[in-house]
Write a protein that binds this ligand. Structure first.
Ligand SMILES: [Zn+2]
Length: 481
């Protein structure tokens, strides 16, 4: 079935309201909701003291209205008691400052204690919901992101380098540490690239970005392992952030998941452009489809104006519908809108949902209901569609990170160059697949690899036969540097 739904936070509202919400959802064609991604305080009010009763009741009401559930593991936002337990688990930023409590994603991804608390709450949830007929899948954490420069991460980085290079001689040669006499004689001498260290060695800088990405991939894998073992009948996903996000190698992060989902906000409070850049939204969809070369889901699709301290532009009448069909055209097999009802509290009280703060149906609800009706009529026909595109663009996170360390030219931006090629094709209605450098290219007529700065031998070995067999390859300056 086409999963059509909303992100719902029953813990934000009185329990008497839940049945009304479920009725309104059902009337709009909602058949799926995501729950509990930020509910750690309610699921485990104190260490080891789990409370699933409230969530059981919410799921039961939803299920009685024909609505299935995706559960989020709550590790993106820890309760104060978790962080108080491990004061050294706060992230240290690139200025060397340690974060404090108050937002979310404050944790250091290598911290053993934090990771253990994350595994414990994940396992408890998994064991409780493995056989619940309403629960169809899991979203791990939320929008994994960030980099940490703390002593734990520095030690983990040194171990990661030891595994990668084996010997210091190999590392010194790879990084060219003869320059400025940076020759390392002990692994423990190797720093992390904090700002107080000045502009770092480019090899060190690139490897640190790779290491941090691998760290989040590993952080996710710990939860994947638990869910695979305990809940083999339920799917596992993570909500990605499109083309724009660049801190994690999304091809690697997607690999162990059943399906890629992502969070699409064409209009947020941080950007107030009157016109939505539809090519850029399309690039987000194509990048997400490319991560596993299969249909993807929208786990958060914008339904109201977004923003934290400031309010963004409300989607214009018809834009929810436009964005829905744009996503489906690019390969989406599910649409879940953020969020059901606008919060009355907290940092996102200006981040509007389908319902206003007052909870009464309005224009955005009517639009949701109209889309729900259309998609119900379309039925299964739109599922699993394959985009057979003649053009592929190679996206390289290694290249992206290397340019972040050494921009080459003050006006050069790899994502902007990439987007300019994509936009030229998009505006001519030429479909594009976004692929990794090791993808099978034989099905394409044209491959564009803008500024492939990091070009390992394996990539060259993949590109050469494509060209020898008649394929057309476009590349640019700053390739294979
Ligand atoms: Zn750290």
């Amino acid at each position: 079935m086409f999963h059509f739904g909303v992100d719902y936070y029953p813990e934000h509202w009185p329990e008497e309201r839940w049945a009304t919400d479920a009725q309104l959802m059902q009337a709009a064609g909602v058949n799926t909701v995501r729950l509990a991604e930020f509910a750690w305080s309610f699921l485990e009010p104190e260490a080891g003291d789990f409370d699933f009763d409230w969530l059981d009741r919410a799921i039961e009401i939803l299920h009685a209205h024909g609505i299935q559930v995706i559960l989020g593991t709550p590790t993106a936002s820890a309760p104060p008691w978790v962080m108080a337990m491990f004061p050294d688990s706060y992230k240290v930023n690139e200025n060397g400052q340690r974060r404090t409590y108050g937002n979310r994603c404050e944790f250091c991804p290598t911290h053993a204690g934090y990771r253990e608390r994350g595994r414990l709450v994940t396992r408890a949830m998994a064991e409780h919901y493995a056989d619940n007929p309403a629960v169809i899948g899991w979203q791990i954490d939320n929008e994994l992101n960030g980099r940490c420069y703390c002593p734990n991460c520095r030690a983990a980085f040194q171990n990661w380098l030891r595994e990668r290079y084996g010997t210091l001689e190999t590392l010194n040669a790879a990084w060219g540490t003869i320059f400025w006499s940076h020759v390392y004689t002990e692994w423990s001498q190797i720093p992390v690239p904090v700002e107080t260290g000045g502009v770092p060695n480019p090899g060190l800088d690139l490897d640190f970005r790779r290491f941090m990405s691998d760290t989040f991939v590993h952080f996710q894998q710990e939860q994947v392992d638990i869910l695979r073992q305990v809940c083999p009948m339920q799917f596992i996903t993570h909500n990605f952030m499109g083309f724009n996000f660049d801190q994690i190698d999304y091809f690697k992060l997607a690999q162990p998941l059943d399906v890629v989902t992502w969070d699409n906000y064409p209009r947020t409070g941080w950007r107030l452009e009157k016109e939505v850049n539809h090519a850029y939204v399309a690039l987000g969809h194509d990048t997400m489809r490319g991560l596993k070369r299969q249909p993807f889901w929208l786990m958060e699709e914008q339904s109201g104006s977004g923003g934290w301290q400031t309010v963004g532009i409300n989607p214009r009448p018809g834009e929810m519908r436009l964005w829905t069909y744009q996503a489906i055209a690019h390969g989406a097999d599910a649409m879940i809108y953020f969020r059901w009802r606008t919060a009355r509290y907290g940092t996102e009280q200006y981040w509007h949902g389908v319902l206003y703060h007052h909870g009464q149906p309005g224009r955005r609800y009517d639009e949701l209901k109209a889309i729900g009706g259309e998609l119900q009529r379309a039925g299964e026909k739109i599922l699993g569609a394959e985009n057979r595109n003649p053009v592929a663009m190679i996206l390289s996170y290694d290249t992206r990170w290397a340019f972040q360390g050494q921009q080459n030219h003050v006006d050069f931006h790899y994502p902007a160059l990439f987007t300019s090629y994509y936009k030229a094709l998009h505006n001519r209605n030429i479909g594009v697949d976004i692929v990794p450098s090791d993808a099978d290219l034989s099905r394409y007529r044209l491959v564009i690899a803008p500024a492939l700065y990091i070009l390992p031998q394996e990539t060259a070995d993949n590109l050469r036969p494509f060209v020898q067999n008649g394929g057309m390859l476009i590349t640019t300056a700053r390739s294979a540097v």
